[in-house]
Design a protein around this ligand. Structure first.
Ligand code: PLP
Length: 292
């Protein structure tokens, strides 16, 4: 099952229209997106993908806050978060009452002089994903970015979730050409960053570690949720730099994202990575069990 909606984005301080924000959300059949839209011709825009379980939108506020941050980094008008909440609720309601799905919103710079465009798609996702259990063969690839990219080269938009994912998709094709499932990007300093569509989580010396959220990566909502749950289980969780060379001796490593939840890294550059099967199953279960 899948459904698409579009909306005319309101200014962040616009009052609620008579009849509520819901009436600003229109079905796809009425959608008009110009072929001159900067999102389409230049990938000049931002997006967010939300996980949905039993129609509950997971980490909605964290995603919307990240949307607002991405808008700031791209000098896009600030999104009206209540309008987006209304749109997300309408889209989530098209998904089955029980089961998993995703909501993907796109917000573009639009046609020059006409203001932003926005749309939203709801899709059912498979009840389970094999990689959550069997894991991933991952290759490390240079990202060509310093961990200081956000301060030194802000125009490279490190840390913004932009529509320009062509590089990320090219990296995944490179992995496939090497017989691998996924990628771990490495900074120019030799530090582990993230995957093309996921965050890195590592278990080492009894601690869970993920790279600093402001160092040339997208601040992941799932890794945040994983930390929250792991802390309830008594684990120490820290955001800290992870030298790529240290990954050969960790006690577990995962790639995390909103729809995938968590998938253990089975091999990195062909070398086996230690597995934590019980912990893995509990982590996947905890991430799927989130109701907000
Ligand atoms: N890093 C990148 C580059 C991503 O594209 C994503 C998700 O798509 C993530 C990290 C993980 O973010 P989240 O856990 O919020 O889905």
């Amino acid at each position: 099952m899948s459904a698409v909606f579009f909306l005319s984005p309101l200014a962040a301080d616009a009052p609620e229209p008579e009849g509520g924000f819901a009436q600003t959300v229109r079905p796809a059949a009425e959608a008009v997106v110009s072929l001159r839209d900067a999102g389409i011709v230049r990938g000049d825009g931002i997006f967010e993908t939300f996980g949905v379980v039993n129609r509950s939108i997971q980490a909605e506020t964290a995603h919307l806050n990240r949307l607002a941050r991405s808008a700031r980094l791209l000098d896009l008008p600030a999104p009206h978060l209540d309008q987006w909440r209304a749109a997300l609720a309408i889209a989530a309601d098209t998904l089955p009452e029980t089961g998993t799905g995703s909501l993907r919103l796109s917000l573009t710079r639009g046609v020059p002089g006409e203001g932003p465009s926005a749309w939203l798609a709801a899709d059912e996702t498979p009840a389970d994903l094999p990689e959550r259990h069997s894991g991933l063969a991952v290759v490390s690839l240079e990202r060509g970015l310093s961990v200081h990219a956000s301060e030194r080269t802000p125009w490279l938009l490190a840390g913004a979730k932009t529509l320009s994912y062509a590089i990320n998709m090219a990296a995944l094709r490179e992995a496939a050409s090497r017989g691998a499932d996924d990628v771990l990007f490495i900074s120019t300093e030799g530090l582990a960053l993230e995957g093309p569509t996921s965050s890195l989580l590592v278990y080492t010396d009894g601690e869970f570690v993920s790279p600093p959220r402001d160092e040339a990566i997208l601040a992941g909502t799932t890794v945040d949720a994983a930390f929250e749950w792991l802390r309830t289980q008594g684990y120490t969780c820290v955001y800290r730099q992870i030298p790529a060379v240290s990954l050969g001796s960790v006690d577990g490593a995962w790639l995390l994202s909103s729809v995938r939840m968590a998938a253990p890294i089975r091999t990195l550059d062909g070398q086996p990575v230690t597995q934590q099967p019980e912990l893995n199953e509990s982590l996947v279960h905890a991430l799927l069990a989130r109701t907000h």
